[in-house]
Design a protein around this ligand. Structure first.
Ligand SMILES: [Zn+2]
Length: 244
């Protein structure tokens, strides 16, 4: 097996191709970082959830407070009825024993209703205290995650702007760098890079291919040094001899 070769490109052509590879690698890294940026979707969902929880908690508190108000009104109306009947009962205007007895019975019933309402109101007061604590905790959790999202979004926007600017700069640099490479060689490099993870040209390191670490046949180094286009037999990448 012999390595695929294209003669006459020269060391200069390989230097230009190597320079292009450096720009392409930085461009690929910047694009990968840009794509990997977290736009805050997960945090945003968390904020929505926290807002819903806080709203539900506040609604439960308001409902309980409304129930207390309702019970207090019932209590006031019950007490008013009691006072009215007591006034009639002890006013001396009613003497019919049957009527008096029925009024007594109603007073007993009203007293029972009042006791019941008072018990309920006391229990609701306990409940309202616990609901206030819940609502306050839910609101604090909502504020905390909203702040986290705001901080995250500010960082995200900054990183995105920085990477977009870097990608713009590198894209311009790439165009200038690619213009220095002979079109046929450029096409070949791009074809290899497209198939080999963006890497079309690799340095020879201690006689090994810098891409696949395959031991290169003797003579490859000399031919690369002579400026020949030599392709690694295993990974098909163009071989480059570093300046070092
Ligand atoms: Zn290789």
């Amino acid at each position: 097996m012999t390595a695929a070769e294209i003669d006459g490109e020269g060391r200069q052509a390989l230097e230009h191709l190597w320079a292009l590879q450096q720009v392409d690698s930085r461009l690929a890294a910047a694009r990968a970082s840009r794509a990997a940026l977290d736009d805050g979707s997960a945090l945003r969902a968390g904020v929505e959830e926290a807002r819903r929880a806080a709203a539900e908690s506040a609604a439960r508190l308001h409902e309980c407070q409304a129930t207390i108000k309702d019970h207090e009104l019932q209590l006031a109306s019950t007490e008013a009825k009691q006072r009215k009947i007591e006034g009639d009962l002890y006013g001396g205007r009613i003497s019919n024993p049957k009527e008096l007895s029925s009024m007594q019975e109603e007073l007993v019933m009203l007293a029972r209703t009042r006791d019941h309402l008072e018990d309920q109101i006391l229990a609701l007061f306990d409940r309202v205290e616990s609901l206030k604590e819940d609502a306050s905790a839910a609101d604090a959790a909502r504020r905390a995650i909203e702040e986290r999202l705001a901080t995250h979004l500010a960082e995200y926007e900054a990183a995105r702007a920085r990477l977009d600017a870097e990608i713009d700069t590198l894209t311009a640099e790439r165009a200038a760098s690619a213009a220095r490479v002979e079109p046929r060689l450029l096409k070949r490099y791009e074809g290899i890079a497209a198939q080999e993870g963006g890497v079309g040209i690799v340095p020879i390191q201690n006689g090994l291919c810098g891409g696949c670490h395959n031991q290169l046949p003797t003579g490859f180094v000399t031919r690369v040094r002579d400026g020949q286009l030599v392709i690694c037999e295993r990974c098909r990448r163009i071989l480059y001899l570093g300046a070092a």
